[in-house]
Design a protein around this ligand. Structure first.
Ligand code: ZN
Length: 71
């Protein structure tokens, strides 16, 4: 299951949650703070992965993943 960085449109809480894509699409994910399902996806993790691609020797598993695992 993918991780989502979500921001609650109701209370502004930002949190990271692992959920099925269908759960996100069907608004079954709820804010950890207020329980609202009006959430905005932030894609923070994806940005981190992209910015680290040029610096892939940081990855401890570089020989296995070729720098694609985001570490
Ligand atoms: Zn909230």
């Amino acid at each position: 299951m993918p991780f989502y960085d979500l921001k609650c449109k109701n209370c502004g809480e930002e949190f990271n949650i692992m959920a099925k894509m269908s759960e996100r699409d069907n608004k079954q994910i709820k804010c950890v703070k207020c329980g609202s399902n009006e959430l905005e996806t932030l894609f923070k993790s994806i940005n981190i992965i992209q910015s680290k691609k040029n610096n892939s020797q940081d990855c401890p598993n570089i020989h296995k993943c070729n720098g694609c695992c985001g570490h």
